[in-house]
Design a binder for this molecule. Structure first.
Ligand code: ADP
Ligand code: MG
Length: 261
């Protein structure tokens, strides 16, 4: 087992004391891993990321980031180690792409808060990595859904965190940018980052993830390698019977397809 960046122990969570949204969740994330969280709508995936990002607090259980309980870490120190891309990223402010990515440098800024030469270099590198350098002076409201998503991803990367929590980051990307995006995640993981991705793109997750975690009705019902998790019985119990499993033409990677009527 590698070095744990995240350890979640026995958390339960509900909003406004309604029903439990997450029930007894334990998990870990190590350096160098890409863990994808899959599961139906409303199963608690986004809530789980919000808990790990420190945005909401569990009623029971503890979350450790680098072995420290999350509630003992200041927001700024958390932002230095953890980058979080939420699912809904509407903003009332219409900054340029470059400015949005620059915002990612905030936890690193000293004194009165101007970006240093190094900060500007990091921003440019992140704009390049997400293929949006040419869009740097455009404001967010003028960009397409997928372009905007890449700007927000670049902003999270500019934090230079050790941990990335990404909620449906590939949802509005075309297949070229989906592949490019996961290739980038792979490179970051080989550099030692730990990455958690919530996604409905099960096949992309199967090709690129070290582990998958299946959430259903607030519980982790299965976790492990794609080969272990993407099986007909598991997938049908979560998503219904109208699907079938096949293998990737290039190897032992399981893929999910809709069954023919
Ligand atoms: P997923 O990301 O898997 O689709 P969510 O974590 O967003 O699921 O939601 C899990 C459950 O919690 C759903 O039943 C949803 O309606 C509920 N929920 C999510 N956010 C809130 C909120 N801010 N207040 C009350 N209930 C919420
Ligand atoms: Mg969600």
């Amino acid at each position: 087992m590698g070095i744990d960046l995240i350890t979640v122990k026995g958390i339960r969570f509900c909003y406004y004391h309604l029903e439990w949204v997450l029930k007894n969740i334990s998990l870990s994330l190590s350096k160098g891993e890409i863990v994808s969280i899959i599961g139906p709508n409303g199963s608690g995936k986004s809530t789980l990321l919000k808990l790990i990002a420190g945005i909401v607090k569990p009623q029971t259980g503890t979350i450790y980031i680098n072995k420290q309980p999350i509630h003992s870490i200041t927001r700024r120190n958390l932002a230095l180690v953890l980058g979080y891309l939420p699912q809904n990223t509407e903003s009332d402010f219409d900054y340029s792409a470059k400015e949005v990515v620059g915002l990612g440098r905030f936890p690193h800024l000293k004194g009165i808060g101007f970006l240093s030469r190094n900060d500007h270099e990091v921003v440019t590198r992140c704009l390049e990595a997400t293929d949006i350098l040419h869009l740097r002076d455009r404001t967010l409201s003028t960009l397409s859904g997928g372009e905007k998503k890449r700007v927000l991803l670049a902003s999270v990367l500019a934090q230079e965190p050790e941990i990335l929590l990404l909620d449906e980051p590939t949802a509005s990307l075309d297949i070229h940018h989906q592949i490019r995006f996961y290739s980038l995640l792979r490179r970051l993981a080989t550099e030692g980052l730990g990455i958690m991705v919530v996604t409905h793109d099960i096949n992309l997750a199967s090709v690129f993830s070290s582990r998958l975690l299946v959430l259903n009705k607030g519980r982790i019902i299965m976790e492990g390698t794609p080969q272990k998790v993407i099986k007909e019985d598991v997938m049908r119990s979560v998503y219904g019977n109208s699907l079938c499993i096949t293998k990737h033409p290039q190897g032992e990677i399981p893929l999910v397809f809709p069954a023919r009527e």
